[in-house]
Ligand binder design. Sequence first.
Ligand SMILES: [Zn+2]
Length: 472
Amino acid sequence: MFPLSRFLKKLHPLIHRIYLFLKPAYWRLRTPAQKKFDIKLQYIFIGCFIGVLLTALIIPAAHHLISYPTDETQAHFSDLITEEPLSPEKTADLKEISISDNLLLNEAESQIIPIALQLNKNETLSGLLTRANVNIADALAASESLTLITDLRKLRPGQSFELYFNEDNIFQGLKMEMRSGEVVSTFKNKNGDFIPQSKEGKIETRQISLEGVIQSSFAAAAKEAGVPNIITQQVIRALDGEINFRTDLKAGEPFKIIYEKKTTETGKEIGKSQLLYVSLTTNKDTYQRYYFVDGLGVQGFYNEYGESAPQTIMKRPLGRGRISSNFGTRIHPVLGYQIHHDGVDFPAPTGTPIPAAADGVIVRLGRNGGYGKYIKIKHNNTYSTAYGHMNAYNKELRVGSYVKRGETIGYVGSTGRSTGPHLHFEVIKNNKQVNPLKTYTLPKRTLKNRTLQAFKERALEINPEYIYPIKN
Ligand SMILES: [Zn+2]
């Protein structure tokens, strides 16, 4: 044996065999049957080789076809994605593309700088944006606008985004290419609102103003004025605790409602309509409420002074139903010995919606031992509420989501240590459970300084008649 032959045999028997095929001496010594077998083996080798070669050629070609639309500007655009600021010529190209794409970039911007970023594991889009030093309000507004046209919960780690900043490093918008190949984007318009765009076209936001006079009930008058049911519910929720809609309203009193609705260019309504302003006169007073989202993304209704109403924590989130177990010491039905019951149990059929007992932010959402599926909402530095044994959560919520009083957070179930479907409800005051059936009031929130200034500007945008009143 030659040293080369020995070396190849050591390396791998198959490589050795290939080497032998190439030597005439090898063929001379083989019987016809062995030769037939060798030839078969040769075909297999050649087949595999061609297969590997084709795969190597086809995959990048196919990838190219799938990843990048054949549209020339798009292909050109993908070449421009870079972490580095672009040279002036490249910026000029990009602006052209942006215009041809019909994006609402601020015309005054002379230079738009894109950066490419990829989604990390367990990161949300707003998380990615804050990582890129986008301020929280813009990060939330941009992702919120995209939820109108795509399901952001389906984003996978590694998803790339192109973020655009102007020369002052102010975030202008973003583009992403989805796995389907569709490109969606959202860009700031002149008013600072993020306008999402998909293949269905731009999303238009329209403000609708309706007026009416109360005859019998508010709901009936609102319906007559053409107010959608969802907006009527938002009005009732915005004034909950301040107006008794059964006793405080009298016939002949006027009301005005302004709300916002979003439609595609083809006129298809998408997303949820949002109440922006309500003015309602009762036998006591005229109530005006403006919808405002502060710099941290907290939504709320405020009066003309920029004050939110004090809010009480709901005692019975499921309404006037039976109580199967009160707050305090009792014999536990499953464990069989005396323990302290940290909340109140409200039996209800599986699937009954559970509302948030007050405005707040979700600080915990997930399985929690005996509580089963569990949500905890923080209302302020003093108060939190907790909800146990849920069957399911509202799929749109996660830790960090803001919820409004009355908004559905999940559904009654019997998960965890539970004998049947019920809501286990806790009110937590300074980290200690207290009796939920007592009254707890969250103080009113007063907007100050820059937030108050932003509120005044927003109020004037919503209602051109807005004037900041002088307190007497
Ligand atoms: Zn309980």
